[in-house]
Design a binder for this molecule. Structure first.
Ligand code: ATP
Length: 379
């Protein structure tokens, strides 16, 4: 079965017209003076969803999160949680908790005291606190570190204490603002999987803010891509990557080649496109592009095949020469300068240890791709 779906096969409430939204941003605007940080934004998040807000610095993602937590008030619009308007409800009375970076731990308290702190403040009986802390320590796999202080832990362990502390009160929604920003790459990857496991086990709704596309792609059920206070696309990671709806999104996530052109002819399933310099390609997935329209054909590097001879069965094949080659171990990246001057990036997985068709600098080469390998974008 072909699919551009979510990783969690049975979880896709956004496709169910009867599913009840859990968090709703309804035409929300936030202004700071005359600067608009969030602009008339509407967004729906479902219960138990792992939702990511992804965008460049300053696009308004933290502001959105802070409004949900109650640290900022919208200038206009409404935010609803489980059907209830959150206006006027202070942060501590919302079933929402924000996880702060690990440096917000109390340095003089042990791990278990750090985790217990919020529960004690809430007036939970001591025996219940003990049970809850033990459960949290097990969840984040820090049982043997209960008596240590934060400075006696590694960065990753401290991050897990911060996480345990923020879910100890069992909030319904956990908000995470760049949660793994302080960790190095390897630890960040491990922690991403731990966060996903934890979210599943606790059955919570997570909303995470990040500017790291890989992080969002790894963890989220759906991603909202933001630009200048607006949401430009909301979709699963696979849809964002394989079916971006605009040049902005195609560029923002992953590497992409863009062919400028005009629609020359539309048929039932295929569309012929004439490139700026006259070369023609045949593509599917042309959506609503009309005859004669100026469009861009976007195609990812791994969907392009590079070869020394023209593949016999290729629908789309363009000739050029090898401009750059980079051997990266797991794959090889080629830059091919087409005869019309455009440089195309193609990547080939090194699935075997030797290559049948070695290509090097200045070799003549063909790039070829299937009609369904990319998408036509009109905006
Ligand atoms: P980053 O990844 O850098 O944190 P972001 O997408 O989370 O970026 P926000 O923190 O939401 O961005 O800020 C959005 C815009 O609003 C920025 O231009 C910021 O300077 C501005 N802004 C945020 N808070 C305030 C404030 N209290 N007063 C004035 N301007 C603010």
């Amino acid at each position: 079965m072909k699919s551009l779906g979510s990783i969690r096969r049975d979880f896709a409430p956004w496709n169910d017209p009867n599913a009840k939204p859990y968090i709703q941003f309804d035409k929300v605007t936030k202004k700071f003076g005359d600067f608009t940080a969030v602009n008339n934004l509407s967004l729906t998040i479902f219960e138990r969803e792992f939702f990511a807000l992804l965008g460049a610095s300053g696009c308004g993602k933290s502001t959105l999160l802070r409004m949900l937590a109650g640290f900022e008030q919208p200038t206009a619009g409404r935010i609803l949680l489980d059907g209830q308007d959150l206006r006027g409800i202070p942060p501590y009375r919302r079933p929402v908790n924000m996880m702060f970076q690990s440096y917000a731990l109390f340095p003089h308290m042990t791990v278990e005291k750090n985790i217990a702190f919020g529960l004690k403040q809430e007036g939970m009986p001591a025996s219940d606190i003990e049970k809850r802390v033990a459960e949290m320590l097990r969840l984040v796999k820090l049982e043997q570190f209960a008596k240590r202080k934060p400075h006696q832990l590694s960065g990753g362990q401290r991050q897990r204490v911060a996480l345990a502390r923020s879910v100890a009160k069992r909030p319904k929604v956990l908000l995470l603002d760049e949660p793994l920003g302080a960790l190095d790459k390897k630890l960040r990857e491990e922690t991403q999987f731990e966060l996903m496991d934890l979210q599943q086990e606790l059955g919570l709704t997570f909303v995470v803010v990040t500017h790291d596309q890989e992080e969002a792609m790894t963890m989220a059920d759906r991603i909202a891509i933001m630009d200048k206070g607006e949401v430009v696309q909301v979709a699963t990671p696979a849809e964002i990557y394989e079916a971006p709806t605009s040049r902005f999104v195609a560029h923002f996530v992953g590497n992409v080649n863009m062919f400028e052109g005009k629609v020359a002819e539309r048929a039932a399933n295929t569309t012929r496109i004439t490139g700026a310099t006259g070369a023609q390609i045949v593509v599917e997935n042309a959506a609503d592009a009309a005859n004669g329209a100026d469009i861009v054909f976007a195609i990812r590097p791994e969907k392009i095949k590079v070869s020394s001879k023209k593949p016999a069965d290729a629908v789309n094949a363009l000739q050029g020469e090898v401009y750059d080659v980079a051997y990266l171990g797991d794959m090889t990246v080629y830059h091919i300068k087409l005869d019309d001057g455009q440089i195309v990036r193609a990547s080939a997985l090194n699935a075997s240890r030797v290559t049948e068709d070695p290509l090097t600098w200045n070799d003549r080469a063909w790039v070829s791709f299937r009609p369904d390998a990319g998408v036509v974008l009109t905006r």
